[in-house]
Design a protein around this ligand. Sequence first.
Ligand code: MLT
Ligand code: ZN
Length: 451
Amino acid sequence: MTLPLDDLRSAVGAEHVLVDADLTRSYESDWTGRFSGRAGCVVRPSSTAEVSEVLRICDAAGVPVVVQGGNTGLVGGGIPAGGEVLLSLTRLDSLGEVDVAAAQVSAGAGVTLSSLQAAARAAGLDFGVDLAARDSATVGGLVATNAGGIRVLRYGSMRAQLLGAEAVLADGSVVSRMAGLAKDGTGYDLVSLLCGSEGTLGVVTAVRLRLVPRVTARCVALLALSSTQAAVDLLPGLRDRLPSLAGAELVFADGIALVRKHSGLPAPFDEEHPAYLLLECADRVDPTDALVEAVSSAEGLLDARVASDAAGQRALWAYREQHTEAINAEGVPVKLDVSVPLRSLPSLVAALPETVRAVAPDARLVVFGHVHEGNLHVNVLDAGPLDEEVTDAVLRLVASLSGSISSEHGVGRAKVEWLGLSRSATEIAAMRAIKDALDPRGTLNPGVLLP
Ligand code: MLT
Ligand code: ZN
């Protein structure tokens, strides 16, 4: 495949077309070390107009394009398979002024989540999505994967924050819906369609986002519970009694042990317990009393720690947020991100060890997740050459429980083969028809999401 390098250099400036392996390397593998591939070149546009020109050139030349944001993805969706133009959006980092009256802001695809949060907070508001990779994850990637994170229970996923977007289609044409209309009944919702399309339908270059009220009085509790079932049983009552509930995260003893091994954190309790539920409440007035009252008579409660001060809250969150790094410090894991109907979550947790052991007897399983959404992050270490078998066994178990093979990380390259476990043939055909209509030459992210 001949790359149109001269045309790309004219489009974005020669210094933003990288071909030297030393310069392209950091774009060509993900941070977990699981996915890697050579790009034909890396192109770094700085505006929607430049993205449009790059796509027009590549589409006309029949050169496939892989789109990348902060490269924090976990399913290989932004990593080249080999030879593509890698379109890095990190230079699209302009952040508009916060519109306080409308509680909205416009952000370029390359703005990091933490910069967006800081801008919203400086204006007395906040952004509804939060996740541990906030310092590197970019708005474009969050939209492409319809990212969830730790506040979905309160504010929903990325799609729920989207009021508009600007996107470039495969042939270079631009769709711009950035007025921030809170209501718009004029037909197909293209912005929602682009969200979660993993860069296969268009390249989102900017978005108009909804902001939420800023609540700074927080309380975090780590509950030791007798079982996953006890955690699930607690949730409806907590939702009813605690309008301030902002997060509910599930972790287990082996995950906490791994976090402690790599962080040096002390044990949270005197003894290990079957399950742990981390709760956060956020309100305008201190929610500590309400949280303590709501959980104190909980069935299956074995122990608890409550933190009303910021340092204590960070310390409790560390047991949860450091899971990802601690797991990766042990080796390259098979990372699966699944969801099941909440009532089936205890069955999934119970069945996983045997399911994994049956195909990879030496593998180590570490699970944690966003309990309210029935979203479990299934990490398998030491699977060796059996990673496909492990993936297959776990995803089939999830499908048997009417679950989704991808809850919030996307399908990427990692799970394409298993899409049919979560989507019917009719649905996949409909998705394929949309893809073919918007990207007839298959320029955008080939091999990602759709088989
Ligand atoms: C998380 O919830 O921490 C993220 O989805 C990352 C992960 O699954 O490792
Ligand atoms: Zn997650």
